[in-house]
Design a protein around this ligand. Structure first.
Ligand code: OAD
Length: 227
């Protein structure tokens, strides 16, 4: 299972490339960069504080809950690979989860690299080593966490079925995972109300919001109502 920002759209969170994606009139993609943080850490920090506040106020939706039922049914044959940093999959109850783009709820020191998640997130904090802490997310131009990519790639190579929900499939390497799975023999399915770059390269496309389509798939598979 691969997810992107669209899976949280029905929880009220803006997607990256959707119509309501601007923050204080600015494009998030200009703020989510190491350069922006170097130049103006306070503004980038406020942007992430606003994203955390929105994520904290949001609730997992039926799409998230369906994926918990799927994990419960499939156990170690299930893996959720997500580009989302909002924590809603975790709050819904998914545990077999790979975060390709980090988490809003973790901080990392720019000097020593230490990661923490139990800190006061309201003010721009300094690490004990004197370095500045930054949001524990992957920014534009940065490499993804190696272990997460390896885990996701191995799963793509082994999967029988890959569902791809709520992603524009424009950002690599995440967008390349369905292709890896397909070449290795998996059946690939895209769930998205809109067509994407991936649409012509999957075996099946289900046009609709994940909060409706995923529970319906679970129902059809006899795995119980997830609403
Ligand atoms: P995007 O904003 O690029 O794409 C969101 C996708 O969700 C679009 O294809 C929408 O059509 C779709 N969508 C909207 N509502 C939906 C719904 N209710 N159900 C299902 N799909 C819906 O978000 P991502 O693909 O996640 O990276 O973006 C990928 C990465 O780009 C993000 O993780 C972020 C950004 O740069 C980093 O921050 C590193």
């Amino acid at each position: 299972m691969l997810t992107g920002a669209g899976v949280s759209a029905e929880s009220g969170l803006a997607t990256f490339r959707g119509p309501d994606g601007l923050w204080e009139g600015r494009d998030p993609m200009e703020l989510a960069t190491p350069k922006a943080f170097d130049r103006d850490p306070e503004t980038v920090w406020r942007f992430y504080a606003a994203r955390r506040a929105a994520a904290a106020a949001a609730l997992p939706n039926p799409g998230h809950r369906a994926l918990v039922l799927l994990e419960e049914a499939l156990e170690d044959r299930f893996l959720l690979v997500t580009q989302n940093v909002d924590g809603l999959h975790e709050r819904a109850g998914n545990r077999r989860l790979v975060r390709l783009h980090g988490s809003l709820w973790r901080l990392r020191c720019t000097a020593c690299g230490e990661e923490r998640e139990d800190l006061d997130l309201e003010t721009l904090p300094l690490c004990e080593c004197g370095g500045r802490r930054r949001p524990g997310v992957v920014w534009f131009g940065e490499a993804l966490p190696t272990k997460a990519v390896e885990h996701a790639t191995a799963a793509a190579n082994e999967a029988d079925v890959v569902l791809v929900a709520g992603t524009s499939s424009m950002v690599y390497p995440a967008a390349g995972l369905p292709e890896i799975a397909r070449r290795a023999g998996a059946h690939t399915v895209e769930i998205n109300p809109e067509r994407t770059d991936l649409s012509d390269r999957v075996h099946e496309r289900i046009a609709g919001p994940s909060g409706t389509v995923l529970p319906a798939l679970l129902d059809a598979a006899g795995l119980g109502a997830a609403r």
